[in-house]
Design a protein around this ligand. Structure first.
Ligand code: HSE
Length: 308
């Protein structure tokens, strides 16, 4: 087995109240990555898209992941990657995680799946570190495992898969770029106890809502009193989109990852499409270009498509 092709899904991190600890995988959009095993210690990256991402392995998200796998294999092997990204970098729907997770899963597959899921997540987090300056797994874990995941702890790694109801996800990506590193930089380093208590209640409520398939509880718990008030100022139209989407019947939602994308959960496709319409109207009126996706929760995660 020398060649593998993987489909790497976009993800929504944070799920509003769970900053750095909750995330879910999407069916759309997704990247495609082809990886070949080399019998010499080097990493070669080719981009099959127009995003002009660096191809030097040390500066490429997938590249640093592959270098870390190579090092773990005592530099006896190498990899050649062809990456076709559809998830725009800086969109807030897990573009760097898709590259990192895809590279880690594909490399493990080529090596005969010798690494555990936790080890694959660890490799992939090297890519997130390059992209955002911090190792966080709230995009990586759902990207690899699919569904909704809780990162109870990073040190030591403790990932919990949460049963996910069959919800629809509507995403709008206004075409402005918010760098994750910048969106982290502006956050306050301290929180008030009263805000922390509200946030804990919402995180627990959201997880309970997923497990019980209780749509109203999910909706009530999609509230963020710590991060959203700071970050939403970076996203034109945010408050209006959120209010009008809920009026259109969405359960709730908020900033996807570090933005600028905004996501909304809905219980059926008709509501998810009505929500999309609201998002379109707001950005048409404001005059900012946008993409929208109406999709569902992807329960598989990175998918191995084709092996030679
Ligand atoms: N949890 C991360 C953040 C996700 O909000 O900064 C973005 O990569």
């Amino acid at each position: 087995m020398k060649n593998v092709k993987v489909k790497c899904p976009g993800t929504v991190a944070n799920l509003v109240c769970g900053f750095d600890i909750l995330g879910l995988a999407l069916h759309e959009p997704s990247d495609i990555m082809q990886l070949r095993l080399l019998n010499e210690p080097r990493v070669i990256i080719t981009n099959k898209d127009n995003f002009n991402l660096p191809t030097e392995p040390e500066r490429n998200v997938a590249g640093v992941v592959l270098l870390s796998v190579m090092e773990r294999m005592d530099n006896k092997i190498g990899f050649e990657a062809e990456i076709e990204k559809h998830i725009k970098p800086g969109s807030g729907i897990g573009s760097s995680a898709a590259s990192a997770a895809g590279a880690a899963v594909a490399a493990n597959h080529l090596l005969g799946n010798i690494f555990s899921n936790d080890e694959v997540v660890q490799f992939a987090m090297n890519g997130e570190k390059l992209a955002s300056g911090v190792k966080h797994a709230d995009n990586i874990a759902p990207c690899i495992l699919g569904g909704v995941t809780l990162i109870r702890s990073i040190h030591p790694l403790d990932i919990v898969a949460i049963p996910s109801p069959d919800l629809y996800v509507t995403v709008v990506h206004p075409q402005i770029e918010v760098r994750t590193a910048d969106a982290r930089q502006i956050l306050r380093k301290q929180v008030l106890l009263k805000d922390a208590i509200k946030q804990w209640g919402n995180i627990a409520g959201l997880v309970a809502g997923f497990i019980k398939n209780d749509h109203d509880l999910i909706g009530r718990s999609l509230e963020d009193v710590i991060i959203e008030p700071v970050r939403s100022i970076l996203i034109p139209g945010f408050d209006e989109v959120k209010r009008k989407c809920k009026e259109a019947g969405a359960l709730g939602g908020g900033i996807s990852g570090s933005g600028p994308s905004i996501f909304m959960l809905s219980k059926n496709e008709a509501t998810a499409k009505a929500t999309e319409q609201v998002m379109k109207e707001v950005y048409e009126r404001i005059g900012i270009e946008y993409y929208t996706y109406v999709t569902t929760i992807n329960k598989k995660g990175v998918e191995v498509m084709d092996v030679e």
